[in-house]
Design a binder for this molecule. Structure first.
Ligand code: F6P
Length: 380
């Protein structure tokens, strides 16, 4: 019997966080369940900071369907299984998950909804292993959470990237330039690939296909022969040349056991190389956080609402330790064990490690096949 639940939003924000929150709260209210929201992700759980969520007029979860960001905040530095603590001027990392569990018990929350990407769901699984009733909802613009065909926030990011490509297209064509757009996605090329198709790009470089710059040059020269003296290129931030390495801007300070690599810079590198090898003036644009902010697309509003309502439905049915997913196009749930795969060690979160269970682009994916069929150069 579920009476009182709490939601937490964790990791880099996406458009759609609020739509999920609203759907959970609405479904909860329709079933006589009280809803709360921890502030700033797992940090709120650790510090026991939470607010009441209601969709009544003027309340926190009212009128938020179309709002970007998260009304309960989010956190990118809250691995509570390996948490940064400063004691006597010294920094140490501690497992504070038991403090969180005590907080949940104290407040008598019957279920915690964890809205987040692979790192968030790994912690969710670890809490589930320790006996907490958890239900995950897959969020990330990167679309790389295992076991689901789509995460909320991804469609909005693709739409933003596609619009950017439309705009680069006209300025590129006017000035006869090569226009390179660097998009996010970490170690997965979903945003790059799908936006390349949506935005009519000529070349898309993704992490899953180490690229040969000469192949991109060939494509641009082919276009030149057809009388097209401009080209549009999408580069995923995690793309790397054959035999080369990923471009890194620096390190993030997100704590221990998480991926602190700050990716970026590959767009400018590719633009410089293309200019040198083709003789055509090239420009690079980095889309950055535009992909995460602002209002969600209609698709993301619907997906987020489906995910939120399903998550609450699972709680009402007493199905915990699961992630809401889209499987074969249908709303479903899979166990968090399946989601983390081989990454079973409690406290180890995510990143580009051999254990991490990220969902990357596979060569048999329809997007890859479609891109190849219409002649988008994938750098191989
Ligand atoms: O995982 C989402 C994401 O936006 C990635 O695409 C990007 O590499 C990263 O987060 C940026 O992280 P931060 O918010 O720490 O700068």
């Amino acid at each position: 019997m579920i009476r009182k639940v709490a939601i937490l939003a964790n990791g880099g924000d996406v458009s759609g966080f609020n739509a999920v929150i609203r759907a959970i709260v609405k479904t909860a209210e329709n079933n006589g369940v009280e809803c709360y929201g921890y502030l700033d992700g797992y940090n709120g759980l650790l510090k026991n900071e939470y607010v009441k969520l209601s969709t009544s007029e003027g309340e926190m979860a009212s009128g938020i369907l179309q709002l970007g960001g998260s009304v309960i905040g989010s956190s990118t530095n809250a691995n509570v299984f390996n948490y940064k603590v400063e004691e006597n001027g010294e920094v140490t990392y501690k497992d504070l998950s038991d403090v969180c569990i005590e907080n949940i018990k104290k407040e008598k929350f019957d279920c915690i909804f964890t809205l987040g990407g692979d790192g968030t769901q790994k912690s969710a699984r670890d809490f589930s292993t320790k006996g907490v009733n958890v239900i995950g909802v897959p969020k990330t613009i990167d679309n790389d959470v295992a076991c689901t065909e789509i995460t909320f926030g991804y469609n909005t990011a693709v739409s933003v990237a596609a619009e950017a490509l439309d705009r680069l297209h006209t300025t590129g064509e006017t000035h006869h330039r090569i226009m390179v757009l660097e998009v996010m996605g970490r170690y997965a090329g979903w945003i790059a690939l799908e936006s390349a198709i949506a935005g009519g790009a000529d070349i898309a470089l993704i992490p899953e296909i180490p690229y040969d710059i000469n192949k991109a040059v060939e494509k641009i020269n082919e276009r030149k022969e057809q009388g097209k003296n401009f080209s549009v290129v999408v580069v995923a931030e995690g793309a790397a040349p054959k035999g080369g390495t990923i471009s890194i801007l620096g390190t993030r300070n997100n704590g221990e056991g998480v991926d602190n690599t700050k990716l970026g810079g590959i767009g400018q590198i590719v633009a410089n190389q293309l200019q040198e090898l083709t003789g055509i003036e090239s420009r690079s644009t980095t889309l950055g956080y535009m992909q995460r902010g602002g209002t969600p697309t209609a698709y993301d509003r619907v997906l987020s609402t489906k995910y939120g309502a399903k998550a609450m439905e699972l709680a009402l049915n007493g199905q915990f330790g699961v992630l809401t997913v889209i499987k074969n196009g249908k709303l479903d749930a899979v166990s968090l064990e399946e989601v983390v795969g081989r990454n079973t060690k409690i406290g180890a979160v995510s990143g580009n490690t051999a254990e991490s269970n990220l969902r990357k682009v596979t060569m048999d994916n329809d997007l890859v096949k479609t891109a190849r069929n219409i002649g988008i150069c994938l750098g191989d």
